[in-house]
Design a protein around this ligand. Structure first.
Ligand SMILES: Cc1cc2nc3c(=O)[nH]c(=O)nc-3n(C[C@H](O)[C@H](O)[C@H](O)COP(=O)(O)OP(=O)(O)OC[C@H]3O[C@@H](n4cnc5c(N)ncnc54)[C@H](O)[C@@H]3O)c2cc1C
Length: 303
């Protein structure tokens, strides 16, 4: 439990504060126990003060985007979960063909804004249900597009509260990885260089990719998208299907009958069910295909 004196100090900042907050409300899996405290921070100064408070008092913190690539423990999360709201949702055209977007914004809002400015290049991201921060963090990608191709810089706060920028090659993007992966730097906003394009063409491409998603993915079931990274030279979904695991179920967690790369929360799955299913899939695929599947979804919270 987080001491109430710290919760009161966080409340004094420009934030919304929720103590003992159920995380199933904040994850696309609809799974997860309670976080000691969740706050939605609205500006950089408050964020800096809260980070300092956490550091000085050894309070663990976790930055949450839209919760679409995480599995939260049934036992919940120690310390503070920080969501970015307020100024971290702002989007603007900062220079010709360059959009700057707060890390708390959804990718969907960014895509719609880019289209309204007649700027193309982000259509691939339409349908990825994450935030801009989450997309930069793991270099989100789909249908031959990647954040790497459009992001030119990202402003972040380090764990001492200093605001700094990474740009160009320093962003260190590769497959589902960036300079931010597995660090505790907080992405504040990012800039994207796009190309002039007609709104009709952008709409057409977005629609086409969304139709492909709807046809192939179980988007009406709670999930965290593809559970495993693409192993070199293979497709995780094909390997899982070839091992006869399509539809395989443990508790409420099921290998999606529509797309074997997804695990869906079929009926009230626990994080434990999902973890057991992941272990089972990894074991069978290793035994039958000699391929070591690596998880893309991140497990968060009490062990
Ligand atoms: C139906 C479905 C389809 C999907 N399709 C795709 C797809 O096509 N391609 C793809 O790449 N992904 C896909 N995903 C996975 C997911 O949407 C992406 O990985 C997305 O980028 C995660 O963003 P998020 O905001 O939800 O991050 P979260 O799940 O909230 O967090 C993921 C990680 O990012 C970190 N993070 C988030 N914001 C910040 C920040 N501001 N600063 C520092 N760290 C931060 C978190 O701490 C955490 O470590 C899909 C998921 C679902 C449910």
């Amino acid at each position: 439990m987080l001491d109430s004196k710290y919760i009161e100090l966080i409340r004094k900042e420009n934030t919304m504060v929720y103590s003992d907050e159920p995380m199933d409300k904040h994850t696309s899996f609809r799974i997860g126990g309670n976080a000691d405290c969740l706050c939605e921070v609205k500006d950089t100064v408050s964020l800096k003060n809260i980070i300092r408070l956490c550091r000085e008092n050894s309070i663990p913190y976790f930055i949450l985007g839209l919760g679409s690539n995480i599995l939260v423990s049934d036992k919940g999360i120690d310390g503070l979960v920080i969501k970015l709201g307020g100024e971290f949702n702002e989007i603007s055209l900062s220079e010709d063909n360059i959009i700057r977007c707060g890390a708390g914004s959804t990718l969907a809002r960014l895509c719609v804004f880019a289209r309204s400015m007649s700027l193309g290049g982000l259509e691939f991201a339409w349908g990825i249900p994450g935030s801009v921060g989450g997309a930069i963090y793991m270099n989100a990608g789909a249908y031959d597009g990647e954040i790497k191709n459009v992001a030119i810089s990202a402003e972040y706060m380090d764990n001492n509260g200093n605001v700094r920028v990474y740009s160009g090659d320093d962003l260190d993007f590769s497959y589902r990885h960036s300079v931010f992966t597995d660090t505790d730097n907080i992405i504040l906003n990012a800039s994207f260089r796009l190309v002039p394009e007609s709104q009709d063409k952008i709409t057409e491409r977005m629609q086409e990719l969304m139709d492909r998603r709807k046809a192939k993915q179980p988007i009406n079931h709670p999930s965290a998208g593809s559970v495993f990274k693409r192993p070199q030279g293979y497709y995780a979904a094909a390997l899982i299907e070839e091992c006869g695991l399509k539809g395989f179920t443990i508790g409420g967690a099921q290998v999606s009958p529509k797309h074997s790369g997804f695990i869906v929360n079929d009926h009230n799955a626990s994080a434990e069910d999902v973890l057991k299913l992941i272990e089972h899939i990894k074991k069978v695929v290793m035994e039958e295909k000699n391929v070591d599947l690596c998880c893309e979804v991140k497990f968060i919270g009490r062990q």
